[in-house]
Design a protein around this ligand. Structure first.
Ligand code: SF4
Ligand code: SF4
Length: 275
């Protein structure tokens, strides 16, 4: 898809999106061509294209599993990849919705029809746009191998996969005293102003992009409408600053306003890139 086509498609989807009543995007992704460099030398993810969907390869031969046509991390057997154990850092980690993983109480991938996104589209229980990256049970990558884990399912989990016990992330309530329409441009609470993202990118409140310019929207909608690729959400973006005050909202090191774990924008960058 050309950048121009991407921009037009994104704008029409933006028209339909009303959760926070943003203005219709008139700038679009094309105007963001300067946003790939975010001022700190980090490389950000360009909007989805048809040509950059392949994950980096390593020396292991490609192995097709329910995670998709992905390479396993180096040194991980197929048995381990599917059934675990996952690396120690995930064993009892907490998920995007703060569910703690219990390694003694997990579902086998086969028992929950775990599959890649393409296969999930054929499952009548699947709803468009839903994938592990916007599931409350997902534990994003913690060791840079591009796979995460799940609080409910065994083995290595790709953000673009899906299973039948998918759980939507709870949508945070509008904070008291605020108007929903203001969330996109509101000053974030003090604890977020110069906070570090989940991989240590420091937020500079004077160097932020507007949510309108980067087309912040819910990741389920963005993926369903093919604006974003499966596996992309703020929850597994390197710029995301998770909730610090218990109101369910987070913030972003590069984008102004309130941001939720299940959101997405055009400068999404896989958290693995900076681990
Ligand atoms: S959809 Fe959710 S519950 Fe299922 S494997 Fe993915 S993260 Fe786990
Ligand atoms: S955290 Fe969300 S809003 Fe911020 S850059 Fe990443 S995808 Fe965009």
């Amino acid at each position: 898809m050309s950048q121009r086509e991407q921009s037009d498609e994104s704008a029409s989807i933006y028209d339909m999106w009303t959760r926070r009543h943003y203005l219709v995007a008139t700038v679009g992704v094309a105007a963001l061509s300067g946003c790939g460099g975010t001022g700190d030398g980090t490389e950000t993810t360009e909007p989805p294209t048809d040509t950059d969907t392949e994950p980096p390869t390593d020396t292991e031969p490609p192995t097709e599993t329910a995670n998709g046509d992905e390479d396993r991390p180096a040194g991980v057997s197929e048995e381990e990849f599917v059934n675990g154990p996952v690396p120690d850092v995930y064993l009892s980690a907490t998920s995007l919705a703060n569910e703690q993983r219990d390694p003694e109480n997990l579902n086998a991938q086969a028992d929950v029809a775990f599959s890649d996104y393409e296969a999930a589209l054929e499952n009548e229980a699947h709803q468009p746009g839903r994938c592990c990256a916007n599931c409350g049970d997902f534990i994003p990558d913690k060791n840079g191998d591009e796979f995460g884990a799940c609080a409910e399912v065994e083995g290595y989990i790709d953000g673009a996969a899906w299973c039948t016990i998918y759980e939507s992330l709870p949508e945070p309530a509008v904070p008291e005293g605020m108007d929903e329409a203001d969330l996109a441009t509101a000053d974030v609470p003090e604890e977020y102003r110069t906070a570090d993202s989940q991989v240590g990118v420091t937020r500079d409140p004077d160097e932020l992009l507007s949510q309108e310019d980067v087309q912040v929207m819910e990741s389920v909608d963005a993926i369903a409408d093919e604006v974003a690729r499966p596996g992309q959400s703020c929850g597994n973006c390197s710029q995301y600053i998770p909730d610090k005050n218990g109101d369910g909202w987070g913030a972003c090191a590069k984008v102004e306003g309130y941001v939720a774990t299940e959101d997405w924008c055009a400068i999404w960058e896989q958290v693995s890139a900076q681990l």
